[in-house]
Design a protein around this ligand. Structure first.
Ligand code: PLP
Length: 377
């Protein structure tokens, strides 16, 4: 089966006569459990849940491995870092070495430095652009990749980095949030973990916070599962049920978002008042060559730079369809001036825009109108 079919058909129960297509969420903290618990599929609510199982089956098929759902993308990231960065894995120097992208999602960088750094992990940073992390792999325990990177949208070659990391004896995790497993399959490209914030395009309706981890190696996924069970960063069944329901429309949403994103990127790149545009699917983009060799969809996110902070703020005010919000991947088109948070090294006029599923003509007209308004002031 192909991805679009898997996304709609997987993880659902048997098609017995009179049963619903999508049975409701199972709310369970406690399960009936007599005698030896080892034979029971469900024992306690923090350990497992039938609604998680259904969603995880579907995710596993899309990712090409085993998958685990988490209460957020950050919980998923924390679980992989915690499961892998154990002191005994530090080679020769008594401490594990983590190689992070210097341009990845801000909170992942802060977590790695402020939390894992304090626990004795040595954290090194290199740029996504031009496979810049490859130089830092000598003593690495774990290489963390984010491609396309958020918010700069640089792309690295997963295959080349995996090859170099494995040669150096390091494991590799890819934050696949921007692409989703329909856009890019890190495990097939050799990575040990694929990690995602399912808050974004995976669920796509701006109404959930979730994450997941997938791995091809049973040993590795068992370590991550053990961490989830011990630490307890588990999602509620209602959220996971909604995520599974949203998964059915992932390819339909993504196709439309990516088509809209490409047209918006083309429009922006044709305008003199836009200083720079980045979209991995734009043929003129520095990321295009590698992106087109490893991605099937280029994702919903476009970034661009206007002349000043004031222009960027005004663009967001003048637009009627681009909603100001932080996050991306929703059916609603959203954008923000990324510099308002601090933390990312971006120009004052840098905007991260996420194309939604609205009518393309309406979006193009609205964005053109908002840009035209900048000329009048
Ligand atoms: N990874 C990336 C690339 C993200 O953009 C985000 C959130 O913006 C996360 C991870 C964290 O996900 P969550 O907000 O679901 O914890």
């Amino acid at each position: 089966m192909r991805d679009g079919t898997i996304a709609i058909r997987s993880g659902l129960p048997d098609t017995t006569q009179g049963s619903p297509f999508m049975p409701g969420p199972v709310f369970a903290g406690t399960y009936h459990l007599k005698g030896d618990p080892s034979g029971s599929p469900y024992t306690y609510g923090r350990y497992h849940n039938p609604t998680w199982t259904n969603y995880e089956r579907a995710l596993g098929l899309l990712e090409g491995g085993d998958a685990l759902v988490f209460s957020s993308g950050m919980a998923a990231i924390t679980a992989v870092l915690s499961a892998v960065l154990l002191p005994e894995l530090g080679k020769g120097k008594n401490h594990p070495v983590l190689v992070m992208p210097s341009d990845s999602y801000y909170a992942a960088r802060v977590l790695s430095e402020q939390h894992f750094g304090h626990l004795g992990v040595k954290v090194l940073f290199g740029p996504t652009y031009n496979n810049g992390q490859i130089k830092l792999l000598d003593d690495a325990t774990l290489l963390w990749i984010e491609t396309p990177s958020n918010p700069g949208l640089d792309v690295c070659s997963i295959r080349e980095l995996v090859e170099a990391a494995h040669e150096a004896g390091a494991l590799v995790a890819v934050d696949n949030t921007v692409a989703t497993p329909l856009g890019q399959k890190p495990l097939r490209l050799g990575a040990d973990f694929s990690v995602s914030s399912d808050t974004k395009a995976m669920t796509g309706h701006s109404d959930l916070v979730l994450g997941h981890v997938a791995a091809g190696d049973k040993n590795l996924i068992d370590k991550v599962r053990a961490f989830r069970t011990q630490q307890g960063a588990i999602p509620g069944p209602m959220e996971v049920w909604l995520a599974h329901r949203s998964l059915a429309t992932l390819e339909v949403r993504l196709e439309r978002q990516c088509r809209n994103a490409l047209e918006i990127a083309k429009l922006l790149s044709e305008r003199d008042d836009v200083l720079e545009v980045r979209y991995p699917g734009l043929k003129s983009d520095p990321s295009y060559k590698i992106a087109s060799s490893q991605m099937r969809y280029f994702g919903p996110v476009v970034s661009f730079v206007l002349k000043s902070k004031e222009d960027a703020d005004r663009f967001l005010e003048e637009s009627n369809l681009v909603e100001s919000a932080t996050s991306f991947g929703s059916v609603h088109t959203t954008a923000e001036r990324r510099g308002r948070w601090g933390g990312d090294v971006v120009p004052d006029g840098f905007i991260r825009l996420s194309a939604g599923c609205e009518d393309q003509n309406d979006l193009i007209e609205d964005i053109s109108h908002a840009l035209d308004c900048l000329q009048k002031h």
